[in-house]
Design a protein around this ligand. Structure first.
Ligand code: ATP
Ligand code: FE
Length: 352
């Protein structure tokens, strides 16, 4: 089964060709055209600019992905496209492109949940067996999921406010570091003392595996303001210590909540237990180390970074999984919001 994937839900225009062989996939091509340069001056993604850039780039991105895979549409068996959640203008750009190709070729079209794409990536890369525990930590999301089947996800808990990636980006901004903030904060933290500021570990006192990151970000803001007031500005060392303390707090909270999520997961006695991460924040070395520790004896899987962040290979793969499972392509609508643990999502909100 060879699937063309299309992704345009945030600020990356992506297309990919994936061939599914049983439990795992081969990526024949995966192209991502970022837009960071277009949004840099605004300090965040501007939805209208993103949507227009997707419309401009999507056709050539699809063509390039087919070229790179050395094939034409004639060799494709199906199309998978991100149908949400995300910035709706961008999602629509991808969906229109996919619908156009499907109408012209008669190929089956599957509307994929972007988060399902992230959550199923460990199967594409490692052939991981269901059910596995997934921590999805990205710029917009943070949740623990029991991944039970290609269309069955049970949410065990998640952030009640900001996502960690968003917190890394905001902390970078308030310390005058470049965007995206994650890599910048991680680099600064290397020469920092994580114990200098006693940053909070939100919600650890509460049972379950919900998380919160907005108070942590505010704590960094307060510590910065206190330093500026005392000494008129920040030294290089202050900045490094703030980054190290913040990163350590995020890693600590993620690790401790992962233990709790693992307890819930292990209580189901999975045949081959595994804990997987996905999302851009999983690129962070300190966080990764703490998660490996938290996994204990359970197999830990982290897809390569290019497949942790947004890409279309994961969308093609998620569509392939659903087709392989016997699902018939059904009409769907583009959705700005689309929680993963909703069943029969394709027709919800469509008014049909
Ligand atoms: P979503 O998938 O939730 O819609 P997104 O697609 O914007 O969000 P990703 O592309 O998965 O998110 O990840 C981007 C986020 O990951 C950014 O917030 C970025 O700062 C963060 N990030 C990237 N590298 C690192 C790192 N080394 N340490 C911490 N955070 C990082
Ligand atoms: Fe994403």
């Amino acid at each position: 089964l060879t699937v063309l994937g299309i992704e345009s839900s945030c600020d990356d225009t992506a297309a990919a060709v994936v061939r599914a062989h049983g439990e795992r996939g081969a990526i024949l091509s995966s192209l991502v055209a970022g837009q960071a340069d277009l949004h840099a001056a605004f300090g965040g993604v501007v939805p209208e600019i993103a949507a227009r850039a997707h419309v401009e780039k999507i056709d050539s991105c699809v063509e390039a992905a087919l070229d790179k895979a050395g094939m034409t549409l004639g060799a494709i068996d199906a199309i998978g496209v991100t149908a949400g959640p995300g910035l709706i203008g961008g999602v629509l750009a991808g969906v229109m492109c996919a619908r156009g190709i499907a109408a012209a070729t008669g190929l089956p079209l599957i509307g994929v949940n972007h988060l399902a794409g992230h959550a199923l990536t460990p199967r594409l890369t490692h052939g991981l067996a269901f059910p596995y525990l997934m921590l999805l930590v990205s710029g917009g999301h943070c949740q623990f999921l029991m991944v039970e089947a290609a269309d069955r996800f049970q949410r065990l808990g998640g952030t009640i406010d900001d996502a960690p990636g968003e917190a890394f980006d905001k902390v970078a901004k308030l310390l005058g570091l470049p965007q995206p903030g994650g890599p910048a904060v991680e680099a600064e933290a290397r020469s920092g003392d994580a114990s200098r500021f006693g940053f909070p570990r939100p919600l650890l006192d509460r049972p379950g595996c919900d998380l919160s990151f907005s108070g942590l970000k505010t704590a960094v803001l307060r510590a910065r303001d206190a330093l500026v007031e005392q000494q008129g500005g920040l030294t290089r060392q202050d900045r490094a210590d703030l980054c190290a303390g913040f990163q350590e707090a995020v890693a600590d909270v993620l690790a401790q909540k992962s233990r709790r999520a693992l307890d819930i997961y292990m209580a189901r006695s999975p045949a081959s237990p595994a804990f997987a991460v996905a999302g851009g924040v999983a690129a962070n070395q300190t966080i990764r180390e703490r998660l490996i520790e938290a996994a204990g004896g359970v197999t830990f899987v982290a897809p390569p970074l290019s497949l942790c962040t947004d890409n279309a290979a994961m969308i093609a793969w998620a569509a392939a999984e659903r087709l392989t499972a016997g699902e018939a392509p059904a009409p769907f609508v583009a959705r700005p919001r689309w929680p993963l643990d909703e069943r029969s999502p394709a027709l919800l909100g469509s008014g049909r």
